[in-house]
Every structure is written in structure tokens, then in C-alpha cells.
Design a protein around this ligand. Structure first.
Ligand SMILES: [Fe+2]
Length: 385
């Protein structure tokens, strides 16, 4: 998405004959486009028909039940408490959702031969712990701790992990695309000099040899809350080449260049991506505000139009007491929140922070699942007393 990319072999002119070198006919062109035919797109060239499917059946993948009544309380939960494990598909445990997005965590304990396609949502996969490679029709996206992989809606992919000592993912699903904020780009689409990252910080897929293989390849397709299993007669990574703007890409949180001010700057300075329904921010180590009387901890704030979710990655988070790596806090919109008692005073005179955190601010209220109930800290709502 950040820029045009091309991999492998493509014809000089699109939508024209592109014959296989062994004389076995045409490669099959697939246009993957967004917003009808008006958004970003890519053209992929397959060995076989991308729609070829032998069998389709509805399956059930049970996840934590969403509670209809959202309790309006401050929430802190330990997302590392009693994860059920599994492969990169079945280990996902949903914590929060609304009609536009969902937030899950996953402790991945095994690899899998199964492919996955989220047909209704783009995914941002934050790799908290673990390393491996995400493979898709577009190529290979190697990943490690701190990587944030955006997988566009409709992409067939798989994830292989190097080992199973400690793999932890945070996954945000979104009905609309993860976009670079418009004000980070100039009128030509290039990232501005004062944006918190530049084109060099994004890692597009690496070339992967096309796999021209027949078999019975299992693909799980997710359509909102419904899952189906498709058996494909051809390996889905049979692409000889592609070009365009739509593809999985990776950005590591350590490559985010923070902005600092003389007095406290609000969260939009930590912006990473926007969608139609929420924003994503990256909090990274940085010098604190430099006014002689600055208070680095945030002032109390009441975002009447958004729910705020923070996932804590590493370091000491200056405004929160009792949170640690793997903690998630959820502060519903319309009620104020801020530093716990003592944190404001303690922040005065501190010169820098070593915190890493990931934030999601949604414009529509979220609802919790039973997983939140199971891992929440019951004392947190009264932690400001
Ligand atoms: Fe906040």
C-alpha cells in the first residue's frame, strides 16, 4: 500500500495474452481491487484459475462469546492468562469488537498446513513475541518481534513460526483498509519529510518461487462470524508475478520516529494508520516534554467520541500503575481517564520514557467478550481512589 511494487514476471501490457514458456497455455490474470474499481489494486498472474474450488463446506470455529451488554467500566486485563493455543488461525481469542473491527490475541503453539483468507476484513497482525514468515500469493513477509503486518482483505496467506517457545500476536480486523494518514503524504503521494516514517521503513513481500502443484489444499475462509472450508485443487501460491499497490506489508514499531514537544502533545502525534472507523498509534521510547515545568504524564481526558484500547508491549508505561507487557486496557468513550494517583507527580522532571505500546481508538463503542471477563483485573475500576 505505501508505494507501487512489482515482483516476478508480468506482461508488458496488462489484460493481454501472457503465455507460459512451456507452451501450456495462458497465465490467468487476477485483478484484486478495492473500493470497487476506484481504490488501490494489484494484478496477479496465476498458473491456474484462482477461483478453482473442489469442495466448500461450512465449518464452526468457536470463539469467545461477545457480551451484548457492554459494561461501562474501566477495564484492564492480562491477555496472557490461560491462552488456549493452537495454530495461527485457531489460537485467536477475541477480546473486543464492534461492527467495524475486532481485537484478538493469539498464543501460537503449532504450525499448520492450512491456508487462511479473511474475505470481509483487512488484518493488522502485531507480532509481540515470535518470528517466522507470512506467505501469501504476493510472496514472503518474514516477521519478528515488533513487526506490524497488514494483510489486505481477501488475501490468501499462511504463517509459519520458527519455534514455539513464546509466540504472541495481537490481531486487529478492520472492515475498511489500514491507510497512511493523508496528512503524512504530499500531493504526489510521497511521504512528507515530517511524517514519522518514510518509504524505506516499509517492507513489501519478497519474491517467492511460484508453486505449480496439484493436490487438495485446505483453505479456511472467514466471512464475518461465519467460517467455511474450501478444498483447492491447485496450490494457492501459484503466482508468477504481480504488480500494484495492494499487498501485505510490514512496519516495525522500532522504526517509528516519535515527535516530542515543549509541553505534552496529544495521541495524534503517535499516529500510525487510519481506517474509516478507528486509528492506530505507536508509542515508542522518546525524550519527554522539555518545558521547565512540563508534566510528561497526560492530563485527564474524556474522548466523548472514541473508545481507547492500549496494549502494552515493553518498558514502564508512565501513566499507568499495575500494567505490564501483555496487559490491555480499555477506557470507554464519554467517561474520563488519566494517570493513577501519584503518576502525575512522579512524571515531573523525568527526561525520557522507554515505553512501547500499541493503541486503537475506535469511533464506535466496543463490546467485550467473555475472554475479557475471564482475564480482567477486578480492582482496576477503583484504581484512581
Ligand atoms: Fe487516553
Amino acid at each position: 500500500m505505501p508505494f507501487y511494487h512489482v515482483l516476478g514476471e508480468i506482461p508488458r501490457v496488462k489484460h493481454t495474452t501472457f503465455y507460459k514458456s512451456d507452451g501450456k497455455g495462458l497465465y490467468r490474470e487476477e485483478l484484486v481491487s478495492s473500493k470497487g474499481f476506484s481504490g488501490i489494486y494489484s494484478n496477479l498472474y496465476h498458473h491456474h484459475l484462482p477461483s478453482a474450488t473442489q469442495e466448500i463446506q461450512k465449518i464452526s470455529i468457536a470463539g469467545p462469546k461477545t457480551l451484548d451488554e457492554a459494561p461501562i467500566v474501566y477495564t484492564h486485563c492480562d491477555t496472557d492468562k490461560d491462552p488456549h493455543g493452537g495454530d495461527y488461525i485457531h489460537s485467536r481469542e477475541k477480546l473486543l469488537e464492534n461492527t467495524q473491527c475486532s481485537i484478538s490475541t493469539a498464543k501460537v503453539t503449532q504450525n499448520s498446513e492450512v491456508f487462511y483468507r479473511n474475505a470481509r476484513a483487512s488484518e493488522l497482525i502485531f507480532v509481540h513475541h515470535g518470528s517466522g514468515v507470512l506467505k501469501s500469493s504476493y510472496g514472503a513477509n518474514p516477521f519478528g518481534p515488533g513487526d506490524q503486518i497488514v494483510v489486505p482483505k481477501g488475501t490468501i496467506y499462511s504463517m509459519d513460526f520458527d519455534d514455539f517457545d513464546n509466540n504472541k500476536l495481537l490481531i486487529v480486523e478492520s472492515r475498511s483498509a489500514f491507510e497512511i494518514p493523508k496528512h503524512f503524504r504530499n500531493e504526489y503521494g510521497q511521504l512528507n519529510e515530517d511524517a514519522p516514517y518514510c518509504e524505506r521503513d516499509f517492507r513489501p513481500p519478497e519474491f517467492m518461487e511460484p508453486i505449480d502443484k496439484k493436490g487438495n489444499f485446505k483453505l479456511i475462509v472467514k466471512m464475518d462470524a461465519q467460517f467455511s472450508e474450501h478444498i483447492l485443487p491447485n496450490h494457492p501460491f501459484d503466482v508468477v508475478g504481480w504488480d500494484g499497490y495492494l499487498y501485505p506489508f510490514t512496519f516495525n514499531i522500532k522504526d517509528y520516529h516519535p515527535k516530542v514537544g515543549r509541553i505534552h502533545l496529544p495521541p495524534p502525534v503517535h499516529l500510525l494508520y487510519t481506517t474509516d472507523a478507528f486509528v492506530i498509534c505507536n508509542f515508542v521510547p522518546r525524550p519527554f516534554d522539555f518545558h521547565e515545568a512540563a508534566i510528561p504524564a497526560p492530563y485527564f481526558h474524556n474522548n466523548v467520541d472514541s473508545d481507547e484500547v492500549l496494549y502494552y508491549l515493553d518498558g514502564d508505561f508512565m501513566s499507568r500503575k499495575g500494567v505490564s507487557a501483555g496487559s490491555l486496557t480499555w477506557h470507554p468513550g464519554g467517561i474520563p481517564h488519566g494517570p493513577q494517583p501519584g503518576r502525575t507527580e512522579a512524571s515531573v522532571g523525568v527526561e525520557r520514557t522507554d515505553e512501547y505500546a500499541f493503541m486503537i481508538d475506535t469511533f464506535e463503542p466496543l463490546k467485550p467478550t467473555v475472554k475479557v471477563q475471564e482475564c480482567q483485573d477486578d480492582n482496576y475500576p477503583k484504581s484512581w481512589l
